[in-house]
Design a protein around this ligand. Structure first.
Ligand code: F3S
Length: 388
C-alpha cells in the first residue's frame, strides 16, 4: 500500500506513539484488504463507548492513548444517560467507569454525542468517504445517503479519526457497491403500509442473505423505515449496504441491471410469524435512536394516555433538545424519554425478563445482550401494550 512521506513518518513514530499505533492499525487493515492507499475522511464515528460492552480492558486501552482526532469524530451510545443516571438504578461503580470512558474520549477530541444516528446532527453527503463503526449508522450512510464507509471496528474508526484517513478498499470503491442478489416481497400490500413491517423484513432478510448486497424490488419505504430495514439487516446478517429500486440514491443513479442475479422472495407469512403475542414486563422504542418524526408519532399515539407498564423511548440528545415540546407531551404519559444510551447497551434494562420492541435490530440483540425474551410489534401495538 502506498504511503506518502507524512504517512511514513507517522508510521515510524515521528508524531508520537499513539499516532504510530493508529497508523499501524490502518496500514494493517489496508494490507489485509488490498487497499492501494489511504484516503481522507469527512468524519469518523466510534463504537465501543458503553462500559457494559467494553469493560475494564477497553477502558484501559483507551486510557493509554494520547493524541487528538483530526477529523470530526462522534461517539456511539454509552451505558447510561449523561444526566439523571441514578434515577434508572445505574450503580455508582458503573457510572464512575462510564464517566471515565467519556472523559478519555473527550480528551481525544471525540464529540460526546452518544448516538447511533449521527446523520441527524452531522451533514454527510452523497459520495463522502467516512469511517463509521455503528452497524446501523454504517448501513444508513452507505445505502440511504450514498456516503462510503466500511463497517469499522471501534479501534479502526478511532484510528481513522486520529489520522484523518482510512484505507481505500471495500465500500470506498464504487465497483464493490453493486448488488449481488434481488429480494422481492411477495405479500400483502397492507403489511407494507405498516411502518414496523420494514424492521421485520430486515430481520428476516438479514438472516437469509448474510453478508452481501441486496437490491429490493417492489417496496417504497420512507426515511425512518429505511433506517429500520437497514439496522435489522445489519444485526441479523452483517449487511452494510443495500439498494432499493428507484428509491435509494445509487439505485437511482446507476439503474443496476438485475438480470441473472440470484432472486429471493419473502412472503407475508415470513413476516407475520415474527409478531407473536407474549406478556411483557416493559416496552422499549428507539433502536436506532428515534428521529424527530418518530417522536411526533409517539406523542400522537400516546396523547391522553398513562403508561401502566414501563415504557422507555431512546433518542439522541440533539434530537430531544430540538423537539422539547414533543418530548414533554410524551413524558406527560409517564413514559421515560432517555438520551445517550439504549435498551441494548445499558445495564438498567437487564432487570426486565421480557421486553416489547418495535425494531428488528432490537429483536435480534435484546435476547443476547439483556437476557430478555423479546416481542416485536408495531409502534401502535407497543404504545397500546404500555398503556393498557
Ligand atoms: Fe442504536 Fe442501541 Fe439500537 S446503539 S441501533 S439503539 S442497539
Amino acid at each position: 500500500m502506498y504511503l506518502n512521506k507524512d504517512e511514513e513518518e507517522i508510521l515510524h513514530g515521528e508524531y508520537g506513539e499513539t499516532r504510530q499505533k493508529m497508523m499501524e492499525v490502518l496500514v494493517a487493515l489496508g494490507r489485509v484488504f488490498g487497499a492501494d492507499k489511504l484516503i481522507p475522511i469527512v468524519s469518523a464515528q466510534v463504537s465501543g463507548a458503553s462500559y457494559k460492552t467494553i469493560g475494564e480492558w477497553g477502558l484501559q486501552w483507551l486510557e493509554g492513548l494520547n493524541a487528538k482526532v483530526v477529523a470530526p469524530t462522534m461517539l456511539n451510545p454509552i451505558g447510561m444517560p449523561r444526566n439523571h443516571w441514578d434515577e434508572l438504578g445505574i450503580t455508582k461503580k458503573f457510572a464512575e467507569r462510564q464517566i471515565a470512558i467519556i472523559e478519555v474520549y473527550r480528551r481525544l477530541g471525540v464529540k460526546i454525542e452518544c448516538t447511533c444516528t449521527p446523520y441527524y446532527s452531522h451533514i454527510v453527503r452523497y459520495g463522502d468517504h467516512i469511517a463509521w463503526a455503528e452497524s446501523s449508522a454504517v448501513v444508513y450512510a452507505n445505502s440511504v445517503i450514498g456516503a462510503r464507509t466500511n463497517r469499522e471496528g471501534g479501534p479502526s474508526a478511532l484510528a481513522a479519526g486520529i489520522i484523518g484517513k482510512t484505507p481505500n478498499y471495500g465500500f470506498h470503491l464504487i465497483n464493490n457497491r453493486r448488488p449481488h442478489l434481488v429480494i422481492e416481497f411477495d405479500g400483502k400490500k397492507e403489511l407494507i403500509q405498516q411502518p414496523e413491517f420494514f424492521g421485520a423484513l430486515g430481520y428476516i432478510a438479514g438472516k437469509l442473505i448474510g453478508n452481501t448486497i441486496p437490491i429490493f424490488l417492489g417496496i417504497k419505504p420512507k426515511r425512518d423505515q429505511l433506517k429500520a430495514l437497514g439496522a435489522a439487516m445489519a444485526a441479523t446478517g452483517a449487511i452494510s449496504l443495500f439498494h432499493i429500486k428507484n428509491i435509494t440514491p445509487e439505485a437511482q443513479i446507476f439503474k443496476f441491471d438485475t438480470t441473472g442475479l440470484e432472486q429471493i422472495t419473502i412472503e407475508s407469512k415470513d413476516i407475520t410469524a415474527l409478531f407473536k403475542e407474549i406478556e411483557v414486563d416493559a416496552v422499549a422504542i428507539g433502536c436506532p435512536h428515534c428521529s424527530g418524526d418518530e417522536l411526533k408519532e409517539i406523542a400522537l399515539l400516546i396523547a391522553g394516555k398513562k403508561v401502566k407498564k414501563p415504557l422507555f423511548i431512546f433518542s439522541s440528545h440533539y434530537v430531544l433538545t430540538s423537539n422539547q415540546k414533543v418530548v414533554e407531551q410524551i413524558q406527560n404519559s409517564g413514559a421515560k424519554v432517555i438520551s445517550d444510551t439504549c435498551m441494548v447497551v445499558s445495564p438498567f434494562m437487564d432487570q426486565f425478563k421480557s421486553i416489547m420492541v418495535d425494531s428488528g435490530k432490537a429483536m435480534a440483540y435484546v435476547p443476547n445482550m439483556c437476557g430478555a425474551v423479546t416481542r416485536i410489534g408495531t409502534l401502535e401495538e407497543c404504545i397500546k401494550v404500555a398503556t393498557t
